[in-house]
Design a protein around this ligand. Structure first.
Ligand code: SAM
Length: 280
C-alpha cells in the first residue's frame, strides 16, 4: 500500500516515542495515513491556505494536511509527549509546520496565522464542542476561518446538522446553521482509532456563510437558545421566563406561540425572538 510521505509508519512512531494513548487527554489516534489524507481532503483545497489543527497527537492528520498541500499548518497540542513525533514531521516539511504546546481553549492562535484559514481537528468531543461554539459565536461575522472540518462522536455530529422537530435539534444545530452550512461528510467506525472508542465518529464540515442567514445578536441568540433548550419539554413561556419579564409579548412579536416548545421552533423564528428580546 502506498503511503503519503516518507516518514515512518505511525505505529512505529508510537513505539519510538513511547506514546501510549491516555484517556485523560481523550486520546484515540488515527494511524491509517490513507484515512487521515481522506479526512484532510474533506477540508477542501488546502493549497494557498493556512490550516489550524487542534490536537495533532502523533501527527497522522497533520501529515495528511501537509501531504494534501496546506500552505502552512499550525498545530496546538496539550500533551508534550507528542512533541518529538511532531518535530520529525517539521523536519520533513521545512517551514510548513509550526507547533504550539498548550491548551487550545486558552491559546489565541491568530497572530500565527494568515488568511485564508481553515480549521481541522480530531479532538476529545467536549473540547471540540466548546471550541465549535466559540468559533460560531464571535461578535462580528465573517469569522477568521473559512471552514471547520471536525471529528465528533456521531451523536454530537447529528446534533450539529439536526432539523426542527428531531430529538437531536437544539443549541448546536441553531448556532451552526445560523452562520454556516454544516454537513456530515464522513462516518468512521470505532475500529478506525487506536484504541477504539466506545462509539462511532463522524467528520462534520462547516463552511462560513458570508453573513448570517437571519439578523440577530450572537450573545442574545445564544442566551435565548440555551434557556429554551435547557428545559426542552417545557413551553417557551416557562423556559424563557428568566430571559425577559414580558417574554410572552416578545414571543408573540416574533410570531411564536408562548405555548410552543423549543424543539419545534425553526432558526428563522429563533432569530426573530432574539431580535424581539434585544429590543429595549
Ligand atoms: N489528531 C490526532 C489523531 O487524529 O490521531 C489525535 C487525536 S486525539 C482524539 C485528541 C488529541 O487532542 C490528543 O493528542 C490530545 O492530547 C489533544 N488534546 C486534548 N485536549 C486538548 C486541548 N485542550 N488542547 C489541545 N490539544 C488537546
Amino acid at each position: 500500500m502506498s503511503t503519503i510521505d516518507t516518514l515512518p509508519p505511525l505505529r512505529e512512531v508510537l513505539t519510538t516515542h513511547d506514546l501510549q494513548a491516555r484517556k485523560s487527554m481523550g486520546q484515540n489516534f488515527l494511524l491509517d495515513l490513507n484515512l487521515t489524507a481522506k479526512i484532510a481532503r474533506q477540508a477542501g483545497d488546502l493549497t494557498g491556505c493556512d490550516v489550524l489543527e487542534i490536537g495533532p497527537g502523533p501527527g497522522g492528520l497533520t501529515r495528511g494536511l501537509l501531504a494534501e498541500g496546506a500552505r502552512r499548518v499550525l498545530a496546538i497540542e496539550k500533551d508534550r509527549r507528542c512533541l518529538p513525533a511532531l518535530a520529525e514531521i517539521q523536519a520533513a516539511y521545512p517551514d510548513r509546520l509550526a507547533v504550539i504546546e498548550g491548551d487550545a481553549l486558552e491559546i489565541d492562535p491568530l497572530s500565527h496565522l494568515s488568511a485564508p484559514i481553515r480549521v481541522v481537528a480530531n479532538l476529545p468531543y467536549n473540547v471540540g464542542t466548546e471550541l465549535l461554539v466559540r468559533w460560531l459565536t464571535p461578535k462580528t461575522w465573517p469569522p477568521f476561518w473559512q471552514s471547520l472540518t471536525l471529528m465528533f462522536q456521531r451523536e454530537v455530529a447529528e446534533r450539529i446538522v439536526a432539523t426542527p422537530g428531531s430529538k437531536a435539534y437544539g443549541r448546536l444545530a441553531i448556532l451552526a446553521q445560523w452562520r454556516s452550512d454544516a454537513r456530515i461528510v464522513l462516518q468512521l467506525p470505532p475500529e478506525a482509532f487506536t484504541p477504539p472508542p466506545k462509539v462511532s465518529s463522524s467528520v462534520v464540515h462547516l463552511t462560513a456563510l458570508p453573513k448570517p442567514r437571519f439578523e440577530a445578536d450572537a450573545a442574545v441568540l445564544s442566551r435565548v437558545v440555551a434557556a429554551g433548550f435547557n428545559q426542552r419539554r417545557k413551553m417557551l413561556r416557562a423556559s424563557l421566563k428568566g430571559v425577559a419579564p414580558d417574554i410572552e409579548d416578545r414571543l408573540l412579536a416574533a410570531g411564536i406561540a408562548p405555548t410552543e416548545r423549543a424543539e419545534k421552533v425553526d432558526l428563522e423564528r429563533f432569530c426573530a425572538l432574539a431580535r424581539a428580546v434585544a429590543k429595549p
